[in-house]
Ligand binder design. Sequence first.
Ligand SMILES: Cc1cc2nc3c(=O)[nH]c(=O)nc-3n(C[C@H](O)[C@H](O)[C@H](O)COP(=O)(O)OP(=O)(O)OC[C@H]3O[C@@H](n4cnc5c(N)ncnc54)[C@H](O)[C@@H]3O)c2cc1C
Length: 398
Amino acid sequence: MQSRTQVAIIGAGPAGLLLSQLLHVGGIDCVVLERQTQSHVEARIRAGVLEPGTVELLERAGVATRLQREGLPHHGFHLMLDGRPFRIDMHALTGGRSVTVYGQTEVTHDLIAAHQARGAELIFSAADVRLHAVESDAPFVTFSHDGMQRRIDCDYIVGCDGYHGVSRPSIPASVLRSFERVYPFGWLGLLADVPPCDEELIYSNHARGFALASMRSHTRSRYYVQVPLSEKLEDWPDDRIWDELALRLGPEVAPRMTRGPSIEKSIAPLRSFVAEPMRYGRLFLAGDAAHIVPPTGAKGLNLAASDVGILAEAFIDAYRGGSLAGLETYSSRALARVWMAERFSWWFTGLTHRFPDMDEFARHMQVAELNYIRASSHAQTVVAENYVGLPLSYSCSS
Ligand SMILES: Cc1cc2nc3c(=O)[nH]c(=O)nc-3n(C[C@H](O)[C@H](O)[C@H](O)COP(=O)(O)OP(=O)(O)OC[C@H]3O[C@@H](n4cnc5c(N)ncnc54)[C@H](O)[C@@H]3O)c2cc1C
């Protein structure tokens, strides 16, 4: 079976779904191919902090009604050193900008609902997706679905298929360059239907290791503790995680923590990764397909959104006005912003985590830097403007 579209999108994560929705608003026809089932995609628990730029894109895509109703605006967050917290007042330090706490699961749910409401071609359980002729003017994708072989001819292919997808490997090794830092620890995450211990997020640097107190709503908490990569989930019953959190969040916060049974637990490794270029011929990469950040700065989902924001405008310019300039400069513009977020996520991870090879000098450097941020409004402004998200104007060519 053979069909045709303007843009074929691989992957129905936030990048693929948001791009498809933005293209639809711009009058561009596209098809989204997803390897997993709809229920699998909708059940994934991941990020939860949206930058204002991401919220604007979701509004532009027409999928922000529930987000506006249920999202929690956060004007600040707390940094903590060995149990002593101090607040970064993002709102005051960035001229009124704030982040919104709204789970990636909810964003995905809203985007899928919008697709299905308009009868869009969003194909789940698409097996063996392959990209063809991406360097030519007539690219196409093949896959099997419901026992049938299918082929979709298109003008462009966008790989939004995450770190383990098939799109990035479709760029020849002689062209693709990658840059990577793997961290010697992971995050053990616990999701529980209990009220959060604070109205804002708390990032704690503690001698026992990093901890984060986060949330998805007023009744759902998300907590993380740094663990060695050798740790096994089965060795962490809920009580052990709650006990460890109480130690790392310290005597001021621990009594406010409501314990409860986990509804999800996982250990995620931490990695910084960038692949260049993000365009090869008629193939474009967006989101985790091209880059990964450690979750410390809450940038993964937001970077995926800013990539597709840049790319959607470029496609709209190309189809409406005939200008290919946006598509031709997409890679360098997206990468300029990606590297800024990589820098912040790497720096914030280094500031807040215990590294296995850390000596006394390195620990004193962390302590001095956190004390400097505590004391200096200039230093706090640097943290705040990165956390809330750098404007798209930072996506200038490098
Ligand atoms: C376990 C985990 C926890 C995370 N926690 C946080 C967090 O707390 N904070 C934060 O900011 N970020 C977090 N992230 C990162 C954030 O979730 C990602 O940056 C974000 O999901 C990127 O969106 P994406 O659409 O680019 O990629 P993805 O969400 O990975 O979506 C890619 C999609 O492509 C599909 N796909 C893959 N291969 C194929 C194929 N061959 N054919 C068709 N479809 C395919 C996948 O099934 C998936 O649906 C986390 C990531 C993970 C993996």
